[in-house]
Design a protein around this ligand. Structure first.
Ligand code: PBG
Ligand code: ZN
Length: 325
């Protein structure tokens, strides 16, 4: 037998030597939910996402500090405001919860790369990612101004990178122009370029309190059945000035990650979303799967598919337990 695949699988050292994909601490981005509250030291567990919390700003600082000590390079922030209204005013308020959190984190951890999710759904009373017209439709162009204001206010507070997740048409161009005009030409945009209308976001909506109060997101997020459309979406964002293209969710969309990474020469990110996390956590809690092994396998698969940047709720634990080294 000339070819014996098993020859290269004989020892751990050899397997490591021929390993094609490696997960590195710098690949990982940790999402955090920051809660606007008068109280301090709040760590409110998210029932649908065991191990994840809504954190008051002081608790966020402490949690992030532990992660930074363990090697965390980057995080992405989601805000839970005290008050919501139809136009999502607190998304772009000077003293909004995310703006406060950015200032605090950048002051305590200047080397931490702080990304912000730019969207309106956590701040609007109707829970949609854009403005709602009197006819009950999600209005595209009037939402762009508010999204751009949000991006500019995040950058003004010190955000290192802006990640628009709303899926309105033209938002990358609108954000780029607004950021450039306000003196933030060097702040990169990581666009949720290919974002599906996925049922895997279910647990997140509990974590961020952002479930739509009527209808669904199918008029702006993509149909899970579509692959070629993903390339059109990615192309539009690339042409509008996106610096990094994100695909979301990750695990169920590995073919899409591969397609985007082979078609475009921009860095590719993928978001292992709440439902992916919760399914692993829940099966593991029954003892049906080996949690650590599945956690790492799920992430290496995303990287192997072509994403060099991975947003995952497992990030903090992986770093703190030093499982990668
Ligand atoms: C906001 C946003 C969502 C997620 C990231 N940004 C929710 C949604 O679009 O409904 C999902 C993240 C996750 O499920 O972990 N638009
Ligand atoms: Zn949204």
């Amino acid at each position: 037998m000339l070819y014996r695949g098993r020859r290269l699988r004989k020892s751990a050292a050899l397997r490591e030597m021929v390993r094609e994909t490696k997960l590195l601490p710098e690949d990982l981005v940790m999402p955090y939910f920051v809660l606007e509250t008068e109280r301090s030291n709040v760590r409110h567990p998210v029932a649908s996402m065991p191990g994840q919390f809504q954190l008051s700003p002081d608790a966020l600082e402490e949690t992030v500090g532990a992660a930074v000590d363990a090697g965390l390079r980057s995080c992405i922030l989601f805000g839970i405001p005290e008050k919501k209204d139809p136009v999502g005013s607190m998304a772009y308020a000077e003293n909004g919860i995310v703006q406060q959190a950015i200032r605090r984190l950048k002051k305590c951890f200047p080397l931490l790369h702080v990304i912000t999710d730019v969207c309106l759904c956590e701040y609007t009373s109707h829970g949609h990612c854009g403005l709602v017209s009197p006819e009950g439709e999600i209005h595209n162009d009037s939402s762009l101004r508010l999204l751009a204001d949000t991006a500019v206010s995040h950058a003004g507070a010190g955000a290192d990178m802006i990640a628009p997740s709303d899926m309105m048409d033209g938002r990358v161009g609108a954000l780029r122009a607004a950021l450039d005009e306000k003196g933030f030409a060097s702040v990169p945009i990581m666009s949720y370029a290919v974002k599906y209308a996925s049922a895997y976001y279910g647990p997140f909506r509990e974590a961020a309190g952002s479930a739509p109060q009527f209808g669904d997101r199918k008029s702006y997020q993509m149909d899970p059945a579509n692959r070629r459309e993903a390339l059109r979406e990615a192309r539009a964002d690339a042409e509008e000035g996106a610096d990094i293209l994100m695909v979301k969710p990750a695990g169920p969309y590995l073919d899409i990650i591969r397609g985007v990474s082979e078609t475009f020469d921009l860095p590719v990110a993928a978001y292992q979303v709440s439902g992916e996390y919760s399914m692993i956590m829940s099966a593991a809690s029954h003892g049906w799967i080996d949690r650590d092994a599945v956690m790492l396998e799920s992430l290496i698969s995303v990287k192997r598919a072509g994403a060099g940047i991975i947003l995952s709720y497992f990030t903090q634990e992986i770093l703190q337990r030093g499982i990668l080294s």
